[in-house]
Design a binder for this molecule. Structure first.
Ligand code: DAK
Length: 259
């Protein structure tokens, strides 16, 4: 991977997008690196939560690479969109939770990347937006779909039609991010949240992610069936026996084993 650094800290991994000369903009190489990073994380069963961030103080990701996109044909545009969408779906459906630590500009593809994560927290210097309509295109990496689901169609339409950027406090107010931190405290907060998640029973956490994501795509009758099946599957795990056994024996549970 030339544009992503992946570090492991116990059960938590931190992936940092590093393309400083273009404010971490997503060109084909960065998309391929993201794909490779997700494969590495999936294969490593020690990793229980992932933090995704951008290098430098200015940008999380300043969008898809405008230079690379500028000469695309209709077919090339569709292929570039598919490449991004495939990677973003892989991120969204990764078994473990992903926290986006948004450390600056998250525009266009950068906002869409953050929205493909489970949880977004940001620095007080962060800026979000979908500037595509101002560039003569539509959001192409899921922005029209995920933004509407996250902040509601009215606010999503306002952001996308006006192509106006919003600051961290407004992102918090509309529910695009869960929390805002002073820039210097962002990564510590993200890693602390990831560690808290990693201390819970991994199979249960992953079942919760699957239940929430898959349940949101179907009606409530089908959604509760998804939950029932995943709930039932937890009773085949050693971690469930340890967690409930410890409660009944009035002791702290042993560290969860992911089995
Ligand atoms: N792409 C390529 N290079 C970029 C970039 C980007 N998105 N953003 C910044 N850079 C580069 C700049 O060109 C500059 O390079 P040099 O001139 O130094 O070589 C360097 O990063 C530093 O940027 P600035 O000098 O502009 O820095 P400032 O602090 O003055 O401004 C800024 C920061 C983030 C406000 C500004 O750079 C900016 O407005 N950047 C563009 C933001 C933007 O519009 N992003 C959205 C891109 S559109 C689709 C698939 C995907 C998409 C759509 C459709 N399909 C296939 C259907 C996604 C679209 C987008 O993401």
């Amino acid at each position: 991977m030339t544009n992503i650094v992946l570090e492991k800290k116990g059960h938590v991994a931190v992936a940092t997008i590093q393309r400083p000369k273009a404010l971490n903009a997503l060109n084909s190489q960065v998309l391929e690196d993201l794909n490779e990073m997700l494969d590495q994380v999936s294969a490593d069963k020690e990793i229980r939560a992932l933090v995704l961030t951008g290098s430098g103080e200015k940008a999380f990701v300043a969008g898809a690479d405008i230079g690379e996109m500028s000469t695309l044909t209709k077919a090339g545009g569709e292929a570039f969109g598919k490449k991004g969408n495939d990677v973003f779906r892989k991120l969204e459906t990764l078994a473990i939770p992903v926290i986006a630590a948004v450390n600056g500009f998250a525009l266009g593809g950068g906002c869409e990347l953050a929205m493909s994560c489970d949880i977004r927290i940001c620095a007080d210097t962060a800026v979000f937006g979908q500037p595509e309509a101002g560039l003569g295109i539509t959001p192409g990496f899921g922005g029209t779909q995920r933004l509407a689901r996250l902040v509601g169609p009215g606010m999503a339409k306002q952001m996308i039609y006006t192509a106006r950027n919003i600051k961290a406090d407004e992102a918090l107010r509309i529910g695009l991010v869960n929390a805002v931190y002073p820039a210097a405290e962002l990564m510590a907060a993200a890693e602390k949240m990831a560690e808290t998640i990693a201390q819970n029973a991994p199979i249960a956490v992953q079942a919760c992610k699957k239940a929430i994501n898959e349940g949101l795509d179907v009606d409530m009758d089908a959604a509760v069936v998804i939950e029932e099946k995943l709930f039932g599957s937890c009773f085949e795990t050693a971690d469930q026996r340890e967690g409930m056994g410890a409660f009944l024996e009035k002791r702290k549970h042993e560290p969860y084993q992911n089995k």
